[in-house]
Write a protein that binds this ligand. Structure first.
Ligand SMILES: Nc1ncnc2c1ncn2[C@@H]1O[C@H](COP(=O)(O)OP(=O)(O)OP(=O)(O)O)[C@@H](O)[C@H]1O
Ligand SMILES: [Mg+2]
Length: 401
């Protein structure tokens, strides 16, 4: 280490207070300039404020001390001269805020725009592929940035546990903007042929059939590639080519025909165990690791479960007055408690919004939460998990009588 004696602004500077974040009783070391050139003053102050070491050391000695303190868990809290942060560091956020403004083309609402949640979005061309509107769908604040990215023609990868609302977010934006959507699930039999297209013989004639990708690109549809972490490498290679906005697709099978994207074309992908969700890969067997170059080409949003309040609201919006506010709150609390147990690894299965809605639906028919939980929850999970979830339910819902 090259410690500067005369220029404390030069990094790394040794000056400042060193404290132990986990052990206040360890006291504080202070390193400051000494009057003697190329020497350093070190002082130790005990937790009671008493200074009992005050000495001047040379560079070698200081380096040895710094090394020892770091090993013991001390970290530096800057003081004195070194406390002054460089101007650019303190002004960064205020500079950023001063220049920040919503993009005018997005902020400008007009006849060709639809308000989705809080965000004005361009309208699509309609057609049979527009998903049906789910009037109970709630655009939580978490979706605002995703909507702005769609308007800006970004490629969006949504990651999160099963049933948190990844696919439905895109579908409901499409439903509100009158935009057609195609979906392609990579966890199954989707082949490169299905995705890109293939030659076939029809009525004695050999014809080309576009796969979902060129269809969406030519017709200005949105394409949702579900469970992209299960896609075979050949499909990932094709996808990568169109990940840049304006990226073209080369159909080698059709004599290198180039397919340019329609301005309304958008590409989305969903995955359960990619990027920051990688720690849960063991729960989604068969999922592939996505390489960094691939991930870098997307805006990757982590979609977590709805908050308890939002989920209670979704229950009431979905089932109307049959679910009272108190019932909705209880049900959302049960889901939240199951998710906490899952996070602690006490439960091996996640409790999705889909599961909660399905359970509630059946409970409204059977009039009994326990009976309804059979086909919608217990039958899908291990006996141990079922026992724990049953006890969570019983904790929140007292038996009649
Ligand atoms: N904000 C919301 N408002 C209303 N319903 C929601 C909301 N988010 C999710 N849901 C409901 O939760 C269910 C699951 O959502 P969705 O299918 O989008 O999950 P997913 O994350 O795509 O799951 P998977 O990873 O299994 O594909 C759907 O029935 C959906 O309508
Ligand atoms: Mg989905």
């Amino acid at each position: 280490m090259n410690l500067p004696a005369d220029n404390p602004h030069q990094d790394p500077s040794p000056f400042g207070l060193y404290h132990h974040p986990a052990d206040a009783s360890a006291g504080e070391w202070n390193v400051s300039r000494s009057e003697r050139p190329h020497m350093y003053r070190i002082q130790h102050r005990r937790a009671n404020g008493e200074t009992h070491i005050d000495t001047v050391v040379d560079l070698d000695n200081l380096e040895a001390k710094l090394h020892k303190w770091r090993r013991e868990g001390f970290i530096r809290r800057e003081s004195g001269m070194a406390k002054k942060k460089p101007a650019h560091r303190t002004s960064f956020i205020s500079d950023l805020r001063a220049t920040f403004a919503p993009k005018p083309e997005i902020a400008n609402s007009s006849a060709n725009m639809a308000l989705v949640g809080r965000v004005p979005m361009p309208r699509g061309a309609g057609g049979p592929l527009v998903p049906p509107v789910n009037p109970a769908y709630l655009f939580a604040a978490r979706s605002d940035n995703v909507l702005l990215d769609i308007a800006e023609n970004r490629r969006i990868l949504l990651i999160g546990h099963t049933g948190t609302g990844k696919t439905s977010l895109i579908e409901q934006v499409a439903a509100r903007t009158n935009q057609g959507v195609l979906r392609s699930n990579m966890n199954g039999q989707t082949t490169v042929g299905d995705f890109v297209g293939f030659w076939t013989v029809k009525g004695g004639e050999t014809i080309w059939v576009d796969g979902v990708l060129p269809t969406a690109m030519r017709e200005g549809l949105w394409l949702i590639v579900d469970e992209v972490d299960f896609a075979e490498p050949a499909i990932l290679a094709v996808l990568t080519a169109v990940l840049e906005p304006g990226g073209r697709l080369l159909l080698k099978e059709r004599g290198n025909e180039i397919v340019a994207p329609h301005p309304s074309f958008r590409l989305f992908a969903t995955a359960n165990a990619v990027g920051s969700m990688g720690q849960y890969r063991h729960l989604y067997q068969g999922a592939n690791l996505m390489n960094e170059a691939f991930l870098d080409r997307w805006r990757v949003y982590h979609i977590d479960y709805l908050s308890r309040e939002d989920e209670a609201q979704v229950l009431q919006r979905t089932f109307g007055p049959r679910v009272t506010a108190a019932m909705a709150e209880t049900l959302a609390s049960i889901a939240a408690a199951c998710r906490e147990a899952f996070a602690r690894e006490d439960l091996a299965s996640a409790f999705s919004t889909r599961r909660l809605l399905d359970w509630t639906d059946l409970m409204l028919r059977t009039g009994d939460p326990e009976t309804a939980a059979g086909p919608t929850i217990y039958s899908k999970i291990s006996a141990d998990d079922a026992t724990l979830i049953r006890s969570i339910i019983q904790h929140h819902i007292a038996p009649e009588g």
